[in-house]
Design a protein around this ligand. Structure first.
Ligand code: NAI
Length: 509
């Protein structure tokens, strides 16, 4: 176990923009003397003024003592020339995202710093291996990838390039932990962990919109209220900015040689073409501004509770919904059966990646209704349904009434394979499994990264375990069959886990 850098050691931060100023603030609060540099001296002055304000706010909110804040402030210094980095034990680079600029900067730094100084880059998309390649000692260059805003986001991806010394990565990991962050190790690969594994969160939503499953407000509400995500994909893309989000998607897609998994969406490209970049331009998927109407998610009108309900089979999700029906004094008969379903005029089943229409045909029951995955079926406020094209109004309305009387707002999605939450979570887990099987990171790291870097309510691999790996595989295979696209190919690691242990396979030990 490597030790963190000594608190008395000097940290130099090069580039004093959004990220550099946040990194400086965190290092100074952790006790380091921090030296900030920028080619634009006014950027350093702005960064220091911003840190002073941020410290004052922490004191105001009672999160930090006034004396402690004064000391942190006194530890931050402007650096007017790179030579002043000569006493640094760690240099963190957060300049523009440009390989040549970063290479030139590190070459200069190598001439200035002491032999055991660690050189770290905050790049979010450039190969750490490539940044270090021309250094005399590439083994001391490592990625230290913070998330925006740095003081609030706990994740730090510690990225090892091909030449990075393990001890250097371990020291940066321990140092990030000592700064109160949640570090994870990852190998330098396109998108590292978060920017790779998160792609399906946007991509599947854009596909759902392209296929007219529902409007953005409805899909966002389903992802929040059924999936437990803090923000829906469309409001999140509007916040990130479509120019930024589209360019990250393109860069990951190109870096993986056009793997259809990562294909950008023409829906998003059109927003970029239009200059509808999201919140910052007042319009993206939504409109912003004082007079902008807030679009409401679709919700079905009230229906009576069906007279008779039978639960076939047992399954944690169905059992939790049955408990809600019980609490609402709605009697539910039970029966044995292999495929869990509520029967209340039609068959109400959990999506397995087939459309309801396909499933109605396969199972010879026209009255088939599918529902979407719920993160917490005991507490969820909304449930999403899709009906087979062959389904009668009476059978569908009985399903709507059933869930309404269990306390759900019922939202209808058009009948696309895999619905919204299920197909997104299955694809997130699939990507996470590929990252693990390709040695990018550990199982634990990917789950921490997605929870701490993008606030997912559960790590995708823990979530896959909770759904059941067999079901995740079925969803992906059915999506693959429905679309005939390589995009939905199943991670070999998922197949392997299930082959080794068909009934009890889990990703987490
Ligand atoms: P920014 O544009 O806010 O700040 C960059 C600063 O670097 C500017 O003040 C600029 O004057 C300065 N600079 C440019 N060339 C320089 C050089 N050769 N030497 C010294 N200073 C120089 O950019 P931001 O957002 O802070 O990003 C910085 C780095 O962090 C980039 O590599 C970016 O990809 C990465 N990053 C950004 C995140 C974000 O959400 N903004 C998240 C994670 C990483």
């Amino acid at each position: 176990m490597s030790m963190a850098l000594d608190k008395r050691s000097v940290v130099a931060v090069i580039g004093s923009g959004a990220m550099g100023s946040g990194i400086a603030q965190v290092a100074a609060i952790a006790g380091h003397t921090v030296k900030l540099f920028d080619t634009r001296p006014e950027a350093v002055d702005n960064a220091i003024a911003g840190i002073v304000k941020a410290l004052a706010r922490l004191v105001e909110k009672g999160r930090m003592g006034a004396a402690e804040a004064d000391l942190a402030r006194e530890r931050v210094h402007a650096m007017r020339a790179l030579d002043d980095a000569k006493d640094a034990a760690l240099v963190v680079e957060a300049v523009v995202e440009d390989l040549d600029v970063k290479r030139t900067l590190f070459a200069k730094l190598e001439e200035v710093v002491v032999p055991d100084c660690i050189l770290a880059t905050n790049t979010s998309s450039i190969s750490v291996t490539a940044i270090g390649a021309q250094l005399k000692r590439p083994e001391r260059l490592v990625g230290m990838h913070f998330f925006n805003p740095v003081p609030l986001m706990a994740l730090v991806e510690v990225i090892s390039g091909l030449a990075t010394d393990k001890a250097v990565a371990d020291t940066v990991y321990a140092t990030a932990a000592a700064w109160g962050k949640n570090p994870v190790h990852a190998k330098s690969t396109p998108g590292f962990i978060v920017n790779r594994v998160a792609r399906p969160y946007y991509a599947e939503a854009l596909r759902l919109l392209l296929e007219q499953a529902a409007d953005p407000a409805t899909i966002d509400a389903v992802m929040r209220d059924c999936g437990g995500f803090r923000m829906g994909p469309f409001e999140l893309m509007d916040l990130i900015g479509h120019d930024v989000n589209y360019s990250v998607t393109q860069s990951v897609f190109n870096a993986y040689y056009g793997d259809p998994r990562f294909a950008p969406s023409i829906v998003q490209q059109e927003l970029v073409n239009a200059g509808f970049l999201g919140r910052k331009t007042g319009r993206g998927f939504y409109r912003y501004g004082d007079d902008a109407a807030i679009p409401q998610a679709q919700a079905e009108a009230a229906q009576p509770c069906p007279a008779q309900v039978t639960l076939v089979g047992t399954h944690p999700l169905f059992d939790a919904i049955k408990a809600r029906l019980h609490d609402a004094s709605i009697p539910v008969a039970t029966a044995d059966g292999a495929v869990p379903a509520f029967h209340a005029g039609g068959a109400i089943v959990l999506t397995d990646g087939r459309s309801a229409t396909q499933r109605a045909l396969d199972e010879r029951n026209p009255n088939t209704i599918v529902f979407d995955l719920l993160l917490d079926p005991a507490k969820a406020t909304r449930i999403a349904l899709a009906r087979a094209d062959q389904c009668s109004d009476a059978a569908y309305n009985a399903a709507v009434g059933l869930f309404q009387h269990a306390g759900f707002t019922v939202t209808r999605l058009d009948d696309v394979p895999g619905m919204a939450v299920m197909r997104t979570v299955a694809m997130l887990a699939n990507e996470a499994l590929d990252a693990v099987s390709q040695g990018v990171c550990s199982v634990a790291a990917v789950d921490i990264a997605m929870q701490k870097g993008v606030n997912y309510p559960r790590g995708p691999l823990a979530w896959a375990d909770a759904i059941g790996l067999r079901h995740v595989l079925t969803v992906l295979a059915n999506l693959g069959a429905a679309y005939g696209e390589d995009r939905y190919r199943v991670s070999p690691l998922l197949r392997r886990k299930l082959a080794a242990n068909p009934d009890g396979a889990r990703i987490h030990a």
